[in-house]
Write a protein that binds this ligand. Structure first.
Ligand code: M6R
Length: 607
């Protein structure tokens, strides 16, 4: 959840570290710090707050060509200056930054305390600095190796020693760590955006590996001290993609990028002529695909909602039994892996601990798990048995938007492929493929409604509670709309199947609790209109997201946003966009920090 960055080279480290941390701020951001090495000492500067608060207290004349930085999302110990990273040993010569959780830190802390080591923070991470000190005899790398052998839990760590100028030692278990190779300079970071301004040449460090870095070299070993030959990858992302490019917020930018990001997810994969999908990364032959009798999708948050839409499609269109389940629940319920089942782990970041650990548990039981990820080289992408990149480009805002619609795109393509291999005719496939190909243009039209949606946000943002209601394939979209609103505006919102409200939630309805109904022109339209009237009859205010020209709905509801008519299966793409914009504008109305909502981090690498 935290962000880490390390630098060694010919430039002033403090600038590079602060700039890297700024780019990582979306990962975790309650406090930050840097440690810069120079002249036999490590100068530590850390502070509760944002990177800009840290920048203000870093002396402009702080010199040093190597160092480490950290942006924290607190897990152990309150948010304050002392608990911020880097942490040091008692001599102040060793400094570390850590991303993850050391589960056995209490035992280690007790032992070290009894040996005279003095702890000054409440964090789990501080034990790492003292342990390294306890083993240090002139070689940082050796001491780090002995230290990580004792750690239980997850970590991405970068360490420096004042007496070993220009050297960084990194170690990884369960939290991402990437090495960046520049000219006469090297970087270590938890995330590529931290170093993208400097290099696109990267090496992904794997679990159990320890990497020692100097400005002109790196060496990676495993826990048995064997050297590991690493491959250098080239990052495809461009620097502009991680900048706001004229928009006020990343979330606003990412919502607006959706016509293009959906297009990218289908480029070279949607075959209208043959009415099928091509998904090369699946690593499965046609025969193997034909043998699949069941599909199971695991994911968290927004990715789970995309998975729910995927499961609806696969079952109703491809006629393959399919379920979507929260990854956090899968791992601990001793899941049954059936031989002809195929699993998907869906994750924008590819680092979500709940999904990663569930995937590993399924793989241990013999399951084939394919990844649907955005971040290339992420852990889920690398450890899955194949998969599909959604190619959204970097998603920086904590609230996921464009990744959702790109994940949907992949599920639509996979459904088309699987359905066409089974019962779907060429004609039906062509209609499905054509409708899908029109989605980017239609999303553009929905984006044109943003001024109307802004007005709606002005009207409704003071409400304390919202209901989001949909049915069928739009039910997960209602869940997603509610999640978006609560995440960034902190307004309480519940997503439900519209049919379900009469079983309880309708008790919440009064003139102060608006309901957002998703009304497409499908076979459930009349039923959802009945649900809508039930709310109106109880004086509930109703905002409908409905199809252009639906006069009947327009007459009943208080406010309406319309989307273009499409094939009934394609509505999730068009219905989710107004909900994303509504959440965005409500958050602005309420003065929230849209891109960095309180208590949340972009990539949730702890359970
Ligand atoms: O990176 P992932 O897709 O695995 O992340 C899963 C969730 O943590 C994520 O979707 C979260 O719910 C977002 N903040 C939603 O906007």
């Amino acid at each position: 959840m935290c962000g880490i960055v390390g630098y060694c080279g010919l430039k002033q480290a403090s600038n590079i570290l602060l700039e890297g941390l700024k780019r990582l701020e979306y990962r975790g951001y309650d406090s930050a710090g840097i440690g810069v090495g120079n002249d036999g000492k490590i100068t530590i500067i850390k502070k509760k707050g944002k990177i800009k608060d840290l920048r203000e207290i870093v002396p402009p004349d702080l010199r040093g060509f190597w160092g480490i930085g950290h942006t924290r999302w607190a897990t152990h110990g309150e948010v304050n200056d002392i608990n911020a990273h880097p942490h040091t040993d008692q001599t102040g010569k060793i400094a570390i930054v850590h991303n993850g959780i050391i589960e056995n830190y209490m035992t280690l802390k007790e032992k070290l305390s009894s040996e005279g080591y003095n702890f000054i923070t409440e964090t789990d991470s501080e034990v790492i600095a003292h342990l390294i000190a306890s083993y240090y005899d002139g070689e940082l790398e050796k001491a780090v190796k002995k230290t990580v052998a004792l750690l239980k839990g997850t970590y991405g760590i970068v360490c420096v020693h004042a007496d070993e100028p220009g050297k960084l030692v990194g170690a990884r278990n369960g939290s991402p760590l990437v090495l960046g190779i520049g000219e006469d300079e090297m970087f270590l970071a938890s995330d590529v955006p931290a170093i993208l301004a400097h290099t696109k040449q990267v090496v992904y460090i794997e679990d159990g590996e320890i990497v020692t870095v100097t400005p002109n070299s790196f060496n990676t070993t495993d826990h048995l001290e064997r050297n590991i030959l690493k491959t250098v990858d080239n990052v495809e992302w461009e620097l502009e993609e991680i900048e706001k490019g004229g928009y006020t917020h990343f979330m606003e930018k990412e919502i607006h990028e959706q016509p293009e990001s959906i297009m990218r997810a289908m480029r070279g994969r949607l075959d209208i002529e043959l009415a099928t999908g091509h998904l090369g990364g699946l690593n499965l032959s046609s025969k193997e695909l034909l043998n699949i009798e069941r599909v199971k999708i695991i994911a968290a948050g927004t990715s789970y909602h995309a998975g729910m839409v995927g499961s609806y499609l696969l079952e109703s269109v491809a006629r393959i039994p399919c379920t979507a389940e929260l990854s956090s629940e899968v791992r601990y319920r001793n899941p049954i892996v059936e031989p002809k089942s195929l699993y998907f782990a869906v994750s924008q970041s590819g680092e979500t601990a709940d999904t990663l650990y569930a995937m590993r548990e399924l793989q241990r039981k013999g399951a084939t798990v394919l990844g649907i990820c955005n971040v290339v080289g992420s852990t889920i992408a690398r450890e899955s048995d194949g998969g599909v990149y959604i190619h959204s480009g970097p998603e920086i805002a904590v609230a996921s938007t464009k990744a959702f619609t790109s994940q949907l795109t992949v599920f639509y393509l996979f459904t088309l492929l699987m359905a066409r291999m089974r019962h779907m005719s060429y004609g039906q496939g062509t209609e499905f493929a054509r409708s899908l190909s029109k989605v980017p243009e239609q999303v553009k039209k929905v984006l044109d409604k943003k001024e109307e949606i802004k007005e709606l946000a002005k009207k409704y943002s003071k409400a304390k509670d919202f209901l989001f209601l949909g049915r069928g394939i739009n039910y997960p979209v209602a869940l997603e709309g509610a999640l978006k609103l609560k995440e960034i505006s902190y307004v309480h919102a519940e997503g439900y199947s519209a049919a379900e409200i009469k079983h309880g939630p309708i008790a919440l309805i009064n003139e102060y609790t608006p309901s957002v109904f998703l009304v497409s022109d499908d076979s459930l339209r009349d039923k959802i209109i009945s649900n809508l009237k039930e709310v109106k009859a109880r004086k509930g205010k109703v905002i409908a997201v409905a199809v252009e020209g639906d006069e009947e709905v327009a007459e009943i509801v208080d406010d309406i946003i319309t989307v273009p008519h499409t094939n009934e299966l394609m509505y999730p793409f068009l219905m989710v966009v107004p909900l994303q914009l509504f959440a965005y504008y409500c958050a602005l109305e309420l003065g929230r920090n849209v891109d960095q909502p309180r208590n949340l981090a972009k990539s949730v690498t702890v359970e």
